[in-house]
Design a protein around this ligand. Structure first.
Ligand SMILES: NC(=O)c1ccc[n+]([C@@H]2O[C@H](COP(=O)([O-])OP(=O)(O)OC[C@H]3O[C@@H](n4cnc5c(N)ncnc54)[C@H](OP(=O)(O)O)[C@@H]3O)[C@@H](O)[C@H]2O)c1
Length: 337
């Protein structure tokens, strides 16, 4: 088994390339994105063997699905056939980009899916998942509605996102669940306590996001870096003032190990997540081919026991300063209860 060996999304899900491409940043989450370069990045990822493309209907309010659709339509047929699209739904947004909570009611699930199928220009969605738990709707009802879409052929597999162990158990008792999407990184190790053991007991995989902690662990962030108001990082506690300074010290400790191995900081951070289990598929948030290439290089980084010990000594669990989301968004995370 090598780091290039495909991974499987749970006992019921599809085989995928060990890294997936997260497309969120191509719709403005991390500042401006160039459309042509975004599409070229999706094509380059597919050419490199990447199969899983992750999007959400609320990423740029449909912009991201339309972009993924265009990228698939303009990709060589052989590559298009290998692509698997994972879609998150449920977040409610206004035309100005504001957030209004989540809707997981069965009728809303089917409505969201109908629009996503149109925007994506496909007859089925490969993995469909609520972005967050709707606190007013039992997870059985939300997952039950997706299961109906599976029965009708509109969806192939059911996923979850940022939910905790109890919700995972209730969802898995309702229908087969392929994977949980959750933030997991050297400096975001919360899932190790209860969530990962639960997933492993139930045969559910992880698609890990934020493996670079929104770029913080990439080695490309400089002290005092400024972000536009609509960039996620302008509001992320880990990127603010003294927090950023302290967190960048962890990055410098990691850089020493990276330099010794002749690889980049981002590659070490991604390789560490890859090393945490064959059931974990890191999603790479690249919006340019250069960043994608760097991330794919992580597949050639082997971390032995001594390397792993050095990495974890450089960046101890819980060493980061600041929560992974601002308080209002933390409150929406069933996974943090
Ligand atoms: N389920 C959920 O709640 C949830 C939440 C967030 C994201 N996601 C999904 O997960 C995907 C990945 O998450 P993420 O974007 O937060 O994660 P990430 O990979 O931790 O962060 C991406 C950021 O890192 C920077 N970066 C620097 N070097 C990079 C490299 N070599 N490769 C990739 N990025 C590099 C990118 O910006 P520059 O190119 O400007 O350096 C970008 O700002 C998203 O696209 C989305 O599909 C899911």
């Amino acid at each position: 088994m090598t780091t290039h060996t495909p991974r499987t999304l749970g006992t019921t899900g599809p085989q995928v390339f060990p890294l997936g491409l997260g497309c969120m940043g191509m719709s403005g989450a991390y500042g401006e994105a160039d459309r042509a370069e975004s599409i070229a990045t999706v094509h380059a990822a597919l050419e490199a063997g990447v199969t899983l493309l992750d999007t959400g209907d609320f990423y740029g309010m449909g912009h991201n699905e339309l972009l993924v659709s265009e990228a698939l339509r303009t990709a060589p047929a052989a590559l298009r056939e290998n692509a698997l699209v994972s879609v998150k739904f449920g977040a409610l947004r206004g035309p100005d980009g504001d957030w209004y909570g989540f809707d997981g009611r069965p009728a809303a699930v089917k409505n969201f899916a109908a629009y996503s199928l149109q925007r994506l220009g496909v007859d089925h969605i490969d993995v469909y998942r609520p972005a967050r738990l709707d606190p007013d709707v039992p997870i059985e009802e939300t997952v039950g509605a997706i299961a109906e879409l599976v029965e009708k052929g509109y969806v192939r597999h059911i996923g979850l996102s940022e939910v905790g162990a109890d919700t995972i158990r209730r969802a898995a008792a309702t229908a087969p669940i392929a994977d949980l999407q959750i933030e997991y990184a050297l400096i975001s190790r919360g899932p190790e306590r209860e969530i990962l053991p639960t997933l492993r007991e139930l045969g559910i995989a992880v698609t890990a996001y934020g493996v670079l902690s929104r770029g913080l662990l990439s080695g490309h962030v400089t002290p005092g870096q400024q972000y536009a108001a609509n960039d996620f990082r302008a509001h992320s506690p880990r990127f603010q003032g003294d927090n950023l300074q302290q967190n960048l010290q962890l990055v410098e400790a990691l850089r020493k190990i990276a330099e010794q191995k002749g690889v980049s900081v981002a590659q070490i951070a991604i390789a560490w997540v890859l090393s945490r289990g064959e059931d974990i598929v890191p999603l790479i948030g690249a919006k340019t081919r250069a960043r994608l290439d760097e991330a794919l290089g992580a597949l050639d980084v082997t971390l032995d026991a001594a390397d792993l010990a050095a990495v974890e000594a450089a960046v101890p669990a819980d060493a980061a300063v600041g929560e992974r989301y601002a308080p209002a968004q933390m409150a929406m995370l069933d996974s943090e209860r």
